[in-house]
Write a protein of this length. Structure first.
Length: 453
């Protein structure tokens, strides 16, 4: 069974959409049907596969699915946008400034295209108060710290965390904390603080020393890799309540994903994930057709290694695949790629509310101000206009409820040129799920426990 996962990468032209409500695929175990509504997977025989393959481009597909028992009852999802969504998560841009000079940065090297600034403690506390006012004590909430580089404004980050924790304790409400950092300013005291409050810590690292230093130098041009690795050691040694994940931004210059994954896991990260650079302010480092195809091949190679390791009872914390497998197992079907503009908002240093952290300073994503609250009219317009059913060509794609239409910021800034990459990846993830669920069904309970942190 282990050998089955080492098969050559399949021709992902088969992942392109032929029908909006069905996707057919094969694994070493046989033929399968992915029914889009409800994200349901079925094992089917060859005769049924042939019937569906013949009907997939025609007008009778719905009745064929019903007759075969692959679609039962009312649809699980419709095209109605949600209304009156409470805010359950905020990210605070506590420092709109950065000490690195990453040319691809959506925040334009940390200051979002404006003057560098720090968030005041008063603004940060007001944002926390808004988060509690929007939710009931039985609802879990999340508070994230981003930038720029959030540790530039360490005092406000710590005071705000302590304030939010105290407020949550008083209400009997569960709260999670997270931070995305470049790692250059980490201190042992920061590590103690993050462990104390159970932070999810994401560190931006772009691979080996050479790759990372080329893409993420200090503003003066000096490499940052050695500084980060030195400062990371206390953090990686302390993970109990805290979890540290490495996030790798992939450009055409650092496509050696297997080597990167192995190197970063060896450092002691809880998990490692990859994200293609699809839209940068200057166009630098953006992924296009050929580089996305190479990235897909290398992602699948990482996936095959994950499968082999899992079948041996080992761990291999490839975050992209772990997340995808868990969502497939749950039957995830969502009309948006994330909570942006719905239950999640970004807060600028001045207290402006945005659809997410990427829209700080971008009026396209304006959603109000902490002093006046969420602009419900703008939120409703956003949720209607960004629903996957209103997006082209998403509304005719079988992967729409797994993808959600792609990152709003990236799509609005650069269009949709990664659809083949996304579908190809999801096609592989479905195959991996079918293989692993047949021989290691226990692993999905483990994944659920890991992601419930």
């Amino acid at each position: 069974m282990i050998a089955a996962t080492t098969a050559p990468t399949p021709d992902f032209s088969s992942a392109r959409p032929r029908a909006r409500d069905l996707h057919l695929l094969r694994t070493e175990r046989g033929a399968h049907a992915f029914v889009v509504d409800g994200s349901q997977l079925f094992d089917i025989d060859e005769e049924t596969f042939a019937e569906l393959d013949a009907a997939i481009d025609g007008p009778d597909l719905d009745s064929k699915l019903a007759n075969l028992g692959l679609r039962c009852g009312p649809r699980r999802i419709d095209d109605a946008a949600p209304e009156h969504m409470p805010v359950r998560a905020l990210s605070l841009a506590v420092a709109q400034k950065c000490n690195l000079g990453c040319t691809y940065c959506y925040a334009r090297e940390g200051d979002f295209g404006g003057p560098a600034k720090n968030m005041s403690l008063e603004t940060a506390r007001a944002a926390v108060d808004l988060l509690f006012a929007e939710t009931e004590p039985d609802q879990r909430i999340n508070l994230a710290f981003l930038g720029g580089e959030p540790l530039i404004n360490r005092a406000v980050l710590r005071s705000t965390t302590e304030y939010a924790h105290a407020q949550a304790s008083r209400r009997g409400q569960r709260i999670g904390f997270s931070i995305t950092t470049n790692g250059t300013l980490l201190t042992p005291e920061d590590c103690d603080f993050f462990e104390r409050f159970g932070f999810a810590v994401t560190v931006s690292l772009d691979g080996s020393r050479a790759n990372h230093d080329r893409q993420r130098p200090f503003k003066g041009g000096r490499g940052s890799f050695d500084v980060i690795i030195r400062r990371l050691k206390p953090l990686l040694a302390k993970q109990v309540a805290m979890q540290a994940t490495a996030r790798v931004t992939v450009t055409p210059e650092n496509l050696d994903l297997r080597e990167t994954l192995d190197e970063l896991l060896a450092l002691g990260f809880y998990s490692v994930g990859f994200s293609p650079m699809l839209a940068s302010p200057t166009g630098a480092g953006q992924m296009q057709g050929a580089s996305l195809a190479t990235m897909l091949e290398n992602m699948v190679s990482c996936g095959h290694k994950f499968e082999r390791r899992v079948l041996r009872g080992e761990t291999y914390a490839f975050a992209n695949l772990m997340t995808a497998l868990q969502e497939i197992h749950r039957g995830t079907h969502r009309p948006y790629p994330c909570g942006a503009g719905g239950g999640y908002f970004g807060v600028s240093a001045d207290g402006d509310l945005s659809a997410c952290h990427r829209f700080v300073g971008d009026h396209v994503g304006d959603m109000g101000h902490i002093a006046t609250g969420v602009d419900r009219s703008r939120q409703a317009t956003w949720l209607r206009s960004r629903h996957v059913h209103t997006q082209l060509p998403c509304n005719s794609c079988w992967a729409r409820y797994l993808c959600g239409g792609g990152c709003h910021h990236e799509v609005l800034a650069g269009g949709r040129h990664a659809c083949d990459f996304i579908r190809g990846w999801l096609h592989y993830c479905l195959q991996a799920y079918l293989r692993l669920s047949a021989v290691r069904p226990d692993m999905f309970a483990q994944l659920a426990a890991a992601h419930s942190h």
